[in-house]
Design a protein around this ligand. Structure first.
Ligand SMILES: Cc1cc2nc3c(=O)[nH]c(=O)nc-3n(C[C@H](O)[C@H](O)[C@H](O)COP(=O)(O)OP(=O)(O)OC[C@H]3O[C@@H](n4cnc5c(N)ncnc54)[C@H](O)[C@@H]3O)c2cc1C
Length: 277
C-alpha cells in the first residue's frame, strides 16, 4: 500500500486527500495540520458563505480573472473546470446556486456546509487528520520521504505540500530544490492621505475607474471611501493585478480616479442633453 502525506489541513489539502482516496482507494493517506483546527480559512471565506467558484465555463475566459498564472492555469482548467467543481459538490451532497453576479455559493449560504462535507468525507474514507502536527522538516531517504513534526516522525512514498502561505514551508520547499517566487501582498485597500477625500467617509460609487498613474494598469468597479483611503472591488482588483508593480514602487504611488468611468466628451454630451431637458 502506498503511503501519502498531505501537509496542511486547508481547502487544498482536504480536496486533494478526498479525491486521491476516491480515485485510488488502496492509498494510505494522512493529513498533517499545524494548527489546532482545520479548514479555518474556508470558514471565513466569502463572508462566511464560501464563494465556491465563478460561473464561467470557458477555460480561456476563466484564466483572465487571475492576476498571474494565466498560462500555467490553462492546462489544469482543461482537466478540471467550473462545471467539474459544481458537479463535484452536488455529487457530494452540496447543492450550489449561481447569484446574479455569477458568483457560486452553497444553497445553504454557509461555509460550514463545505467544512462538514470535507470532514465527513475524510472520516468515511478513513483519512486520519493529525492536528497540532506542524511539519518542521522533510528529508529524502531512498524512495521515501521522512516527514518530521515536533511530536513524531512519519514516512511516506508521496508527499503533497498544501500548506498555504507558510514561510516555513516555502523555506522547506527551497531546501528540497524547488524555486519559490518571492510573494508580495495582493488584494489590499489603498492608504491615501489627501484633502480631496476628507469628510467623504462612506461615500461609494457603483462604477469608478481607478488608474495607476504612469502605467497602463486600471480597474473598473464599485469604489468606497474609507477612514484610511479607498477600498471596494475596483481598488482590490487594481492591487491584485498591480501587486508586483506596486511592490517595486515600494507602495509609493499615485492613482487617478474617474468617478463615472466616462470620457469628458461623453460626460459633456450627457450634461448638455440634461440641461436642454
Ligand atoms: C477573508 C477571506 C475570504 C475569502 N473568501 C474566499 C471565497 O469566498 N472563495 C474562495 O475561493 N476563496 C476565498 N478566500 C481564499 C481562500 O480562503 C484560500 O485561497 C484557500 O482557503 C487556500 O486554501 P489552502 O488549502 O491552499 O491554504 P490554507 O487554507 O491556508 O491552508 C493551509 C493549511 O496548512 C497549514 N500549515 C501551514 N504550515 C504547516 C506546516 N508546517 N505543517 C502542517 N500544516 C501547516 C495551515 O495551518 C493551514 O491550515 C478567502 C480568503 C480570506 C482570507
Amino acid at each position: 500500500m502506498r503511503q501519502v502525506i498531505i501537509v496542511g489541513g486547508g481547502a487544498a489539502g482536504f480536496f486533494t486527500a478526498i479525491n486521491a482516496k476516491e480515485m485510488n482507494p488502496s492509498l494510505d493517506i494522512i493529513i498533517l495540520e499545524k494548527g489546532r483546527e482545520v479548514l479555518q480559512k474556508v470558514k471565513v471565506s466569502g463572508g462566511g458563505r464560501c464563494n465556491v467558484t465563478h460561473a464561467c465555463f470557458e477555460p480561456k475566459e476563466l484564466v483572465t480573472f487571475y492576476p498571474r498564472g494565466e498560462k500555467e492555469l490553462l492546462g489544469p482548467f482543461h482537466q478540471f473546470m467550473t462545471g467539474d467543481t459544481c458537479e463535484w459538490f452536488s455529487s457530494h451532497g452540496i447543492p450550489l446556486k449561481i447569484e446574479s453576479d455569477q458568483r457560486v455559493f452553497p444553497e445553504s449560504n454557509t461555509s460550514q456546509t463545505i467544512i462538514d462535507c470535507f470532514l465527513e468525507k475524510t472520516s468515511t474514507l478513513e483519512i486520519p487528520v493529525f492536528k497540532n502536527h506542524g511539519v518542521t522538516s522533510v528529508t529524502r531517504h531512498g524512495d521515501q520521504w521522512m516527514v518530521n513534526t515536533k511530536e513524531e516522525q512519519f514516512v511516506c512514498d508521496a508527499l503533497v505540500v498544501a500548506a498555504g502561505s507558510s514561510k516555513q514551508v516555502w523555506k522547506l520547499s527551497k531546501s528540497l530544490g524547488h524555486s519559490v517566487v518571492d510573494p508580495v501582498p495582493s488584494l489590499f485597500t489603498f492608504n491615501i492621505k489627501d484633502d480631496r477625500i476628507q469628510g467623504l467617509l462612506g461615500v461609494s460609487v457603483p462604477q469608478a475607474t481607478v488608474k495607476l498613474s504612469n502605467t497602463s494598469l486600471e480597474a473598473t468597479g464599485p469604489l468606497l471611501i474609507t477612514h484610511w483611503g479607498m477600498s471596494g472591488p475596483a481598488v482590490l482588483r487594481l492591487s491584485a493585478f498591480g501587486a508586483r508593480i506596486l511592490a517595486e514602487m515600494n507602495y509609493e504611488y499615485q492613482v487617478e480616479v474617474n468617478w463615472i468611468s466616462q470620457t469628458p466628451q461623453d460626460t459633456l454630451i450627457v450634461l448638455q442633453d440634461t440641461k436642454k431637458e
